[in-house]
Design a binder for this molecule. Structure first.
Ligand SMILES: [Zn+2]
Length: 287
């Protein structure tokens, strides 16, 4: 799946799609409640009101030849994950990335919207029992606040999963000297910049793409599913600050409503992208 934004191309590479089983992340989106949001079928929920979600990476190609990956999914071979199915996961992501035209060593930039388990996995890969950078020729851009927060969580050692994620997916690229710690409004190049969308994590960013008068926004996880356009107050259980994440959703949707900006959801299934329009006193995604 590909989109054109002016002279920029964005390609989706899927690691995993699933229907249902989303209550652990969006508890208010019961089947009954979701079924009321008719526009979500068939792309974002099934006939029974079960939500469809996706874990994918987005590859941005600019006219100057840059190739950047936004968020690196779960990765293979990882251990110590709290979601059982994500332990020792064996997917075809790297093969699919290459089949889409992107060899690992052709990627010059990796951007992590935040440092959660499903956004940093393919930062590294297991080679001869060691975690090595998957994209050895890339600069890995991470928010400074985000990095500091997760390093502190790691050092506290209170949650095993946080220690594991930092050690197998963040630390190896940092120690290889590939990480640039940047501000939440960092400009990557003419067409690509970070936008702070705080609340889900302390340093969470979205990625804005502008080219030839066209615009797109790659969400990251300030929104997990389009149902949160109908209900911005449906915060995710994993939001660090649910009040702040709700405010971020309201602010971003209000500013985008009715505009031609293409919103590309980091966990939106199927068509994955659309435009925000007002719908009563909330919003909806027009695909
Ligand atoms: Zn996520």
């Amino acid at each position: 799946m590909r989109w054109r934004i002016g002279d920029v191309t964005i390609t989706k590479v899927v690691e995993l799609e699933a229907t249902g089983g989303t209550r652990f992340i969006l508890p208010q989106a019961t089947r009954e409640a979701a079924s009321q949001i008719k526009w979500m079928a068939p792309h974002f929920m099934d006939e029974e009101g079960r939500l469809k979600m996706s874990i994918h990476a987005l590859v941005i190609e600019t006219p100057s030849g840059r190739r950047m990956v936004v968020d690196t999914c779960l990765g293979n071979d990882k251990q110590g994950r709290e979601v059982p199915a994500w332990n020792n996961f064996q997917g075809t992501f790297l093969r699919d990335l290459e089949a889409a035209g992107f060899k690992r060593d052709s990627i010059d930039t990796v951007m992590c919207t935040h440092l959660h388990v499903d956004h940093v996995g393919w930062n590294t890969m297991l080679v001869d029992g060691k975690w090595v950078p998957t994209f050895p020729k890339a600069r890995y851009l991470m928010g400074r606040d985000e990095f500091d927060y997760w390093r502190a969580q790691h050092d506290k050692g209170e949650r095993e999963e946080f220690v594991a994620i930092f050690d197998d997916s963040v630390r190896p690229v940092f120690e290889a000297g590939l990480v640039d710690l940047v501000d939440t409004n960092h400009r990557v190049c003419d067409e690509v910049s970070f936008v702070p969308t705080l609340g889900h994590t302390p340093g969470h960013v979205s990625i804005k793409i502008s080219s030839n008068g066209e615009e797109a926004l790659i969400t990251g996880d300030f929104i997990h599913h389009p149902c949160q356009m109908a209900h911005p107050e449906w915060a995710a259980t994993v939001d660090y600050d649910q009040k702040a994440s709700t405010q971020t959703r309201r602010d971003v949707f209000s500013s985008l409503a009715g505009k031609p900006t293409l919103v590309i959801g980091t966990h939106f299934a199927g068509p994955t992208a659309g435009r925000v329009v007002r719908d009563g006193d909330a919003f909806r995604l027009d695909v």
